[in-house]
Design a protein around this ligand. Sequence first.
Ligand code: IVH
Length: 732
Amino acid sequence: MSLLLRFSFYALAVSLYFLSTVNSMSTPISPAQRIEQLRKEITEHDERYYRNAAPVISDFEYDLLKSELKALESAHPEFSAENSPSQIVGDDRSRGFEKFPHRVPMQSLDNTYSEGEFLEFCARVGKDVPAGEMNFLVEPKIDGVSVSYTYENGKFVRALTRGNGVEGDDISRHVANIAGVPAALVPIPGKPFPKIVEIRGEIYMRNGEFLRINAQREAEGLEPFANPRNLTAGTIKSQNPEESARRRLDTFVYGLGACEPAGTFASLSELRATLHAWGFPVTEFCGNVLGGDAAAEKIRELGELRKSYPFPTDGAVVKLNSLALQRKLGEKSNAPRWAIAFKYAPEQAETTLRAITLQIGRTGKITPVAELDPVEVAGTTVSRATLHNEDEIARKDLRVGDRVIIEKAGEIIPQVVRFVPEKRRADSEVFSFENELKKLGIDAERPLRLVDPKRPEKGYERAVAWYVKEKDSPELRKRRLIYFAGKTCMDIPNLGEAVANQLVDLGFVKTPADLYTLSLEQVLKLEKFKEKSAQNLLAGIEASRSRELWRLINGLGIPNVGETTAKDLAKKFKTLSVLAAASAEDLATVAGIGEIVASSVAEFFLKPENQALCEAFIVAGLNTEIAGTPDDSSAVEQIFEGKIFVLTGTLPTLKRDDAKKMIEARGGKVAASVSKKTTCVLAGEEAGSKLEKARALGIEIVDEAEFLRRSGEVSVPAGRMASPEELLLDLN
Ligand code: IVH
């Protein structure tokens, strides 16, 4: 699609958007009121995006709000304000992270979806830069999380998020999980390392990794992440080191913050070649062109190429190559004047919302799904899309029969963005989740949950999702059976939805354990089953008796437990009976298992029906154990054996409990007070008398970073030697 055409779509979208806003407003409001409204709305979206990594609108919708605000503010300068969200970069700082200032502030970028606006940017640059020197680099805009890596004399010092632009959160401990960040830069002959350099880039997740993690999450009955960017942000800000260690992150670098001595680099292309030679990953595509028209051509080229990239991109970044010219142009409050992001409008399509169906998961959670007239979006046919939950449907006011706009968020997962107001039928009815449940005869509730399980005083709130009340309904029995027989559980061939439905409807199977009492006669009663196929099904069931223990644990359908957790549990407890008897505290000692999962497992086994199920499996002769005695010491090297640690003060990222678990998993012990027997004190902020005593006794004191290094949490990636070709890399 040409840029011009894209722009007309963009203009259309803007006008439709305004139309829908105007439509929904009962009385017209003044520009001042609209500015206020937009600032409030954008600030809320910033909070969801930057701090919680859980946006509720697409980037495109967000950019529309922001450009409306900017347009209003420039038409009404009397209402401008320094703290308007149009003037500041979002703030990603979170609690529990140590903060460090950026030596040079980290800015954001102005963005546009239109070629016209892009050429206006070039014209502005042209006022200060002669045409013959207007060299632009055009690079993919990676859809991840901004990062700044500091190196001193070639050695990694720390990694910071953008934070509020002035100071960021220290996320150095994640660097071990980010492919490609060198612990030590590769030396370049004849070119000493800068004393200090801040290297700017993006941490991102590959599309394949994102899909892998989401598939696992869905199998565990958890809400999937909306896109790789949110998952990247969630992983970096996660307080659970084991969880984040299981997710692979990647990085690309492209920019410079502080650099001493100054003047080390004359241009971005020189910087890029050096970053690559130092061992950093740089993007494959980098157009180096003269003038705005040539840059627009590169943007178009990239628009096609990016579709086959294995990582998420949401635009092109165009920047002046010469650092001297960058300095000449300078910057505005939150963005440079020498660069712009051209964002590709997400591919959208219009179709009809035929129905909203309610899907019941194995835990009884009910998810609304949009059933759509099939439509092609970004290369695939979409006929269904999750609507997430009741509140999402209400927020978007989606109604059956509406014409709706489908968009692929990050070009991966289809979302219903909004309905088309002017095509709504006059007789359309507001969708009522409750009525729908009644129609289907499903007895369900939005259960009350503690706002914060650790602080019961904060009270209760309603869960976002509806859950069926009757935990033993035929529908749920079918779901559980299908899940139990699935590939990540007992892997029973030929036991899919159709067979499971009949087994339950005919009353042959109530729980998965009943599978093991099925007779040939019963199976022959199933539709389309003949002697041979019935024998095959029974043989498959028979073979599943000896599957590995983790498959059986996974098959139980414990809320919040999927394949990975099931494997961890099997490894630790070795038999189903030992696992079933474990307390929440025992469970929480397993590496990778947090409090929520621990209490979910303990609660599951406390229920009489689940105890009966486990007994039935044992009676049916299923394999319910693995060899060995119950402990997981074999899993982790016992590097702290015989060592006694004392913990004191608040650690920057680790919770005390996690530090304790890590020590114990590695064979060490944790004591409450410092004595001569203490091997090492792990000290955080505001450490008091224990620290003094340790000093007095001459006991070794380590901080969190050192502790993580010793426990093998932060492996130091070796620097890579640059080949001579790389050193001579010609990027033009
Ligand atoms: S250059 C002064 N190049 O996009 C900032 N940024 O929306 C200069 N981004 O904050 C940034 N890919 O985190 C640049 N190839 C690229 C980029 C890129 C992604 C991010 C960056 C920036 C944000 C602005």
